[in-house]
Design a protein around this ligand. Structure first.
Ligand code: SDX
Length: 431
């Protein structure tokens, strides 16, 4: 927290309060209201936390108006161009880009934790084959608390570090197992001679009956998707992880809570919902019908993959993914993919429409990611598990930062109560 430089004066009901203000390294100043209830006997009211800074953080900065996303100060377009996912994981977890030696050590530690406890196979087999992979991931990650007892004590820095590495290392294995289980195919073990993205593609798409060669261009595209989804300041699922962690819950339980929150179609589930929407639109000539529905206040339909709580400009991740979509589909010889054609025409139509322009609704990270993932052979049900896999390092980095914060308190919001005031119980015979 920076030194207090100025104050905000709040006057109401004949009272005047001086509230301290703090300035960030970049972004809006904050008004410190921690003493507001004690001094003024009032709460603030901010459902959805549209104007609330819930914590100090040094991990990720977003400028929604400029369409800027920085991880520890490095812009996302440079990281996706010049770095790779495990190096970005190191940056998010430890705050600096690694030296060649520390990167090699980190990659070795992750590689040596990619296998899952063998007995957890039984846990998978308890699910129906048509279970959504996100249901499986939420259950299996939560169940890791029952298998990795030597990394659940959050007060032990060593155990926190081991749990962090285990989560980053095992999420691709768990996601791939959920994919294989739904297909009725055998699980594929990770390989220590493959890079992170190649390992994941092989665990998803190889079968024992034949050799599987990872296409390096698809592996690069996969790694780029991981990097683009790695962290995004205090979004809904990250805030869920922080709130769960503030009670002292173990890291696996906290990440399972984050996975559950990410699943929602307003959040990480939007990539699956977006592809399903593009499929429902079906052809370019039906776009006006769907644009009209998205604008109709009486219709709950929204354009999936459009709009964002913070970005009121292009989501920089969507810009990178749009380029990747063209590359991957051209590589696969499906540049005429109908959903990509509909997506591009929909984007153009929406961005020319006053409703979307006035409300600053631009394509977000979920608009193009699904097109690439579908072209790579993933069913829509695997889109959000891949988002969860990628975001695990962000959740863990934020969780660690919270535990290291000397100001850590259990999160406990208050409310604007609108219910009944005091009344006495009425016996059933008198009702
Ligand atoms: C992610 O927070 C993060 O950082 C999330 C994320 C991350 O990396 O963690 O970036 C990942 O979740 C991306 C967002 C994916 N969700 C979708 O694509 C679902 C579709 N988008 C909407 O549901 C919506 O835009 C949200 C949920 C993303 C943001 O909603 P807000 O900020 O609460 O804005 P709002 O719902 O108050 O909308 C403002 C106005 C409303 O109209 P009015 O009531 O002012 O007249 O814009 C309209 C909304 O009706 N609007 C849309 C719209 N999104 C907002 N209208 C049509 N289609 C849309 N997609």
């Amino acid at each position: 927290m920076t030194n207090k430089t100025k104050t905000a004066t709040l006057t109401f009901d004949g009272k005047t309060l001086e509230l301290p203000m703090h300035s960030p390294s970049v972004g809006p100043d904050v008004i410190d209201i921690r003493k507001l209830y004690g001094q003024g006997d009032v709460f603030t009211y901010d459902p959805g936390f549209t104007s609330t800074a819930a914590c100090d953080s040094s991990i990720t900065y977003i400028d929604g108006n400029q369409g800027i996303l920085l991880h520890r100060g490095y812009p996302i377009d440079q990281l996706t161009e010049k770095s790779h996912y495990l190096e970005v994981c190191y940056l998010l977890l430890y705050g600096e880009l690694p030296t060649a030696e520390s990167l090699e050590d980190f990659e070795m530690r992750v590689t040596n934790h990619t296998m899952l406890h063998e007995q957890m196979m039984n846990f998978f087999r308890g699910f129906r084959r048509d279970a959504h992979p996100m249901a499986i991931m939420t259950g299996v990650v939560g169940a890791m608390s029952a298998f990795y007892h030597d990394s659940t004590d959050i007060n032990d820095p060593h155990q926190r570090e081991v749990a962090s590495i285990r989560m980053v290392a095992k999420m691709p294995t768990i996601a791939a197992m959920a994919f294989k289980y739904a297909q009725g195919q055998p699980f594929v073990y990770p390989r220590n001679d493959l890079d992170y993205a190649s390992n994941f593609l092989r665990m998803c798409f190889s079968v024992p009956a034949e050799e599987y060669e990872v296409d390096p261009i698809l592996a690069r595209a996969m790694d780029r998707i991981f990097t683009l989804h790695a962290d995004h300041e205090q979004n809904a699922s990250t805030s869920t992880v922080r709130l769960a962690g503030s009670s002292g819950a173990n890291p696996f339980a906290c990440i399972a809570a984050g996975i559950a929150c990410l699943w929602g179609p307003a959040h990480g589930g939007a990539n699956q919902a977006c592809l399903e929407m593009l499929g429902e639109i079906g052809s370019v000539d039906r776009i006006p019908e769907f644009i009209a529905r998205a604008k109709d206040k009486n219709d709950p339909f929204r354009l999936m993959g459009f709009g964002h709580r913070v970005y009121k400009n292009f989501d920089p991740r969507a810009t990178v993914l749009k380029e990747s979509a063209d590359e991957v589909l051209e590589l696969l010889g499906i540049e005429n993919n109908p959903k990509l054609q509909v997506a591009k025409a929909l984007e153009k139509a929406a961005l020319e429409d006053p409703y979307f322009k006035d409300k600053k609704l631009f394509p977000n990270v979920d608009f193009y990611s699904g097109i690439i993932l579908e072209a790579m052979g993933f069913p829509t049900s695997m889109f959000t598990p891949i988002f969860a896999l990628s975001r695990t390092v962000g959740w863990i980095a934020q969780w660690k930062e919270m535990l290291d914060d000397p100001q850590l308190k259990i999160g406990r919001p208050r409310q604007l109560y609108q219910g009944e005031t005091f009344r006495d119980y009425v016996n059933v015979e008198d009702r």
